[in-house]
Ligand binder design. Sequence first.
Ligand code: NAD
Length: 433
Amino acid sequence: MKEKPTIAPPTGRLGVLLPGLGAVATTYIAGLLLARRQQGKLFGSVAEQAHIRLGPRAAKRNPKIRDILPLANIDDVVFGGWDIFPDNAFEAARKAGVLSAEHLKEIESELSAINPMTGAFDRDFVKKLDGPHVKAGARNQMAKALFDDIERFKAEHRCDRLVMVWCGSTEVHHQAEDVHQSLTAFEDSLDSDDRRISPSMLYAYAALKLGIPYANGAPHLNNEIPALRELADATKTPMMGKDFKTGQTLIKTILAPGLKARMLGVHGWFSTNILGNRDGEVLDDPGSFRSKEVTKSSVLDTIFQSDVYPELYGDIYHKIRINYYPPRGDEKEAWDNIDLFGWLGYPMQLKVNFLCRDSILAAPVVHDLVLFLDLAKRAGLSGVQEWLGFYFKSPLTIDQLPPEHDLFIQQLKLKNTLRELAGEVPITHLEDR
Ligand SMILES: NC(=O)c1ccc[n+]([C@@H]2O[C@H](COP(=O)([O-])OP(=O)(O)OC[C@H]3O[C@@H](n4cnc5c(N)ncnc54)[C@H](O)[C@@H]3O)[C@@H](O)[C@H]2O)c1
């Protein structure tokens, strides 16, 4: 057995900082508050629910992940966040319309006590929103204000450790430029108030500079830029992104590996969605939609490996639509039509109609990321955490390697990393043939 890595114990309080107190963030917070009162279960969370096989099959060891690793306890978590609207978490959750009035009533006082700090915002990056609860000043002043917010929050809530997960809106699509290429260039451009530094980068910068593990739940350009990778390495901070893998893309990365495993070809994959929450409204802007389109599209390209299998996947037509439809709120509906073919090229069709709830699928992802990033930090891991790619539509990789999108390979990597952290050997399923 490998020597067990040293992991500092999760003593004291863990502060969870969430830029963007919208549907996802409030559903996550409410879930933990309800679970603490035994009023709800954290279904969908691997960290809370999953078991993990250890050793040979004959040993029949299958404990819960939580029982073999020192994960933070949900009773020790405190919440903070920022938003460009001043609504407290109760008001924001009520407006998001995800959880029932009865559920929210149970935890009204705790949610109402969570007031967002003013957001670092620039309307050029989220054209559909214009909130009054924002920080004034140039880029470097906003960054300084974020540092102050974090230090104040940590002191007020007597936190031992912090984790930050971006749950804010999707910013417009833009490419990494010279200002993003090194930490020096990035910090210089903060001082000159360069508008190519997005608000979400300011949050990531503040977190990583202070050694706070960070994840980006949205699809836009953020902590993957070389400057912030350099910063994460310098401060030995674990980080990951981007774009939570939920809903349609989750199903895509379950189905596509199955079709490919059986060498069934695909001519076309048409995906469309209707959703009516604020996220849907933001994605109605072509710039923000473009960020989403890029992360959603890349999934099939890498799973199908059209360069290796040109006859099966070389001419696949992959089309993605997101339609803002207010009556549906957070209860998104997704349709997929897959035109596939088999033996001798005979065509078949597969239709998927997923009536999902966006934030109900995203909340456990936030929870697992919080627990696992905090664990990673205490285990001395830093930089991009590829083993958490399981949770993202467009997983960051080290050294610009191509990402793995197949959910089952991602799960193997996640579980084997957890085994190693617990001082156990990885499982390849060949050890006890
Ligand atoms: N729900 C899902 O299944 C899912 C899946 C993948 C990605 N995401 C992404 O997660 C993010 C959150 O989704 P949501 O449904 O909660 O959206 P939401 O619109 O309900 O919440 C986002 C919040 O961020 C705030 N905000 C925007 N810019 C900000 C800034 N600069 N600083 C502070 N706050 C800011 C908005 O005011 C809003 O309250 C979105 O980017 C979305 O694309 C969600």
